[in-house]
Design a protein around this ligand. Sequence first.
Ligand code: SF4
Ligand code: SF4
Ligand code: SF4
Length: 255
Amino acid sequence: MTSLPTHPTPKKLGLVIDLDICVGCHACVVNCKEWNTGGYGAALSDQHPYGADVSGTWLNRIHTFEVTPEGGEIVGEAGEARIVHFPKSCLHCEDAPCVTVCPTGASYKRAEDGIVLVDEDKCIGCGLCAWACPYGAREMDLAAGVMKKCTLCIDRIYNETFEEVDRVPACVRTCPANARHFGDFADPNSAVSVMVAERGGMDLMPEQGTRPVNKYLPPRPRKPLSESAAMFSVAEDTDGAKGFFAWLDGMLDRI
Ligand code: SF4
Ligand code: SF4
Ligand code: SF4
């Protein structure tokens, strides 16, 4: 068994992910794989990269769900359903069960900044940490025989040879929608803390008691389809324009 830091870490570095604007493009996933394959430890292996039985090591994955809000009006086939893209990687939990379960001390939480890491020289590939993580955030590298996980790109965020703008995790740097943000959650005035306070940022599965550092910003409510339909009917009434431009005309008239 491995111990967690005895005192709260002075920094709590992590990510906030805005579910309202993630478009599920997987750019963060691909750049995470690319950066961590080329830039950190042993390469992230792929055993079967193509075909039906795909197998490989990815530290960041996107899950996509169709969600129907409670009480949502059912109009047509889709009703009020919407698609939510859900990026998921290690959440750098404060009470990380993946750390306390590790028999060799390979898994540890850094006392200085709260990042959860694996010392690959100590890892025996037993897989206990993967069983203990309620979020499925651990990845056994079948080629290297050791456990891997999100490191928050420690080789980028402290790299003084990089421009300041590049000293963020690869997923944050690459997100074209600006859905991912990196910062110190121990500082209530940091941009990520302010964002979480203003948007009601949430823990993933708080009932697990793991106290994740990473937070999710919930999707904002959408207008009901019936209201959207009304907007489009305004568009049809607008003289001299059709389709999207007619709709835009109608909306601008209302401002
Ligand atoms: S998300 Fe999983 S792997 Fe990451 S710190 Fe929490 S329990 Fe450990
Ligand atoms: S797989 Fe490695 S890091 Fe995970 S519990 Fe076993 S020894 Fe620790
Ligand atoms: S790069 Fe950004 S928008 Fe694309 S899937 Fe990742 S978080 Fe979502």
